[in-house]
Design a protein around this ligand. Structure first.
Ligand code: CP3
Length: 353
């Protein structure tokens, strides 16, 4: 490491240093879905307010974002919202039960041509207000991650209308109506870039794209439909200079296509050991992940052993953000999260890293 990068990383919070592949005081850790139903304080708020109200009310959304950060010494906060929030209020009837559904899914080229995605300030102004409130309430060294759904994952919900194991309707539409699929992905890329730029302007310090359903696609289908939209979003955000993170869930066979994108960190699900992810991604990308969320159900000693395996797989080169390989499950005991966070910090702080 050069002297300059040593100085820089001493000033940066560990999460931002790791995103930049700089040495950090310890391996940073945050947890996908860290604000949510495994926390009794979240469930208590949810008894009083439905999910959409929590998301739409800046004071409540900020409070839920802060809950896990108060409880555990996490290295980053993530905005409490949902990937479908920017598709609320566009006339398609978004509901959460708690899984999202659209009453009026987009199933024809005509419906896609008629779709108008408003500028995010029009229907997602509360999200920007939440980010602004959080920047003043969060500790200075706890960076705030803003996020959005990647265009292909949003496309899946809009066309299918609901969650699904294989999103057969949405996938079939790629092959039966490719021009309309492109048009929808393009509209979503434009809106997603504007939505993330708005979060950055409001104070988010890193931006993450969740591509939960990328792994449903064969590599050539991903290259044809999903990747161009991701590339457009990233290219529009790159000039902001913030770390950009991308999570292609179940995307082991897609990682080679990410090399060379204006991207800083790739989230890896638990199926692929991090050493293999690093080999596929090369030296220019940091990795995030990838403990199996089910490991949190193991007895404490076994949990820490499984966490060590993730750390060993990540290796000693800088550029690892510890996380789960997917969102934390509601049945998880918060004490296990406390153990995990403390262990990752203890094992990675000190001279050897
Ligand atoms: O990570 C965080 O703590 C921030 C908040 C966050 C939520 N959803 C809150 C939420 C984030 C980053 C998301 C992302 C999200 N939402 C994804 C991408 C990540 C992934 O899991 O692959 C997806 C696919 C969704 C869509 C979604 N929203 C589903 C499938 C569900 C229902 C199932 C579930 O896990 O709860 C939701 C609802 C949702 N989003 C809840 C929360 C806390 C539960 C709502 C409730 O309290 O009833």
């Amino acid at each position: 490491m050069t002297e300059l990068s040593a100085e820089l990383s001493a000033e940066l919070p560990p999460f931002l240093a790791a995103c930049r592949r700089l040495e950090a005081a310890h391996t940073p850790i945050w947890i996908m879905r860290q604000a949510g139903r495994y926390l009794p304080e979240y469930r208590a708020l949810r008894e009083k307010h439905d999910f959409l109200t929590l998301m739409r009310t800046p004071e409540l959304a900020a409070e839920v974002t802060l809950q896990p950060v108060r409880r555990f010494p996490l290295d980053a906060a993530i905005l409490f919202s949902d990937i479908l929030a920017p598709l609320d209020g566009i006339g398609l009837g978004l509901e959460f039960h708690p899984a999202p559904t659209f009453q009026r899914p987009l199933r024809t080229p005509e419906a896609i041509a008629a779709l108008r995605l408003p500028p995010p300030a029009e229907n997602a102004g509360q999200v920007f207000a939440t980010v602004r409130a959080l920047r003043t309430e969060l500790p200075e060294r706890t960076p705030l991650i803003g996020f959005a759904g990647a265009p292909f994952t949003l496309y899946c919900y809009l066309v299918e209308g609901r969650g699904s194991k294989g999103f057969f309707v949405a996938k079939s539409f790629l092959f039966s109506e490719p021009a309309a699929a492109d048009e929808l992905l393009d509209k979503l890329a434009t809106q997603t870039a504007a939505y993330l730029r708005g979060q950055a302007e409001a104070g988010a310090q890193a931006l993450m794209l969740f591509d939960s359903w990328a792994g449903l696609l064969a590599p050539d289908t991903y290259a044809r439909f999903a990747l161009p939209a991701v590339r457009r979003v990233l290219a529009e955000l790159a000039p902001l200079g913030l770390p950009l993170l991308y999570f292609p869930n179940q995307g082991a066979t897609l990682l080679d296509q990410l090399v060379g994108l204006p991207l800083d960190v790739v989230g890896i699900d638990w199926r692929l050991p991090l050493s293999r992810a690093r080999a596929l991604l090369g030296p220019e990308l940091a990795v995030q992940g990838n403990l199996d969320p089910a490991a949190l159900m193991a007895p404490p000693e076994e949990l820490l052993r499984l966490a060590d395996r993730v750390l060993d797989e990540a290796g000693s080169a800088p550029g690892h953000v510890f996380n789960l390989g997917h969102g934390i499950e509601p049945v998880t005991d918060p004490d296990q999260v406390a153990r995990l966070v403390d262990h990752v910090h203890a094992r990675t702080s000190g001279a050897e890293r």
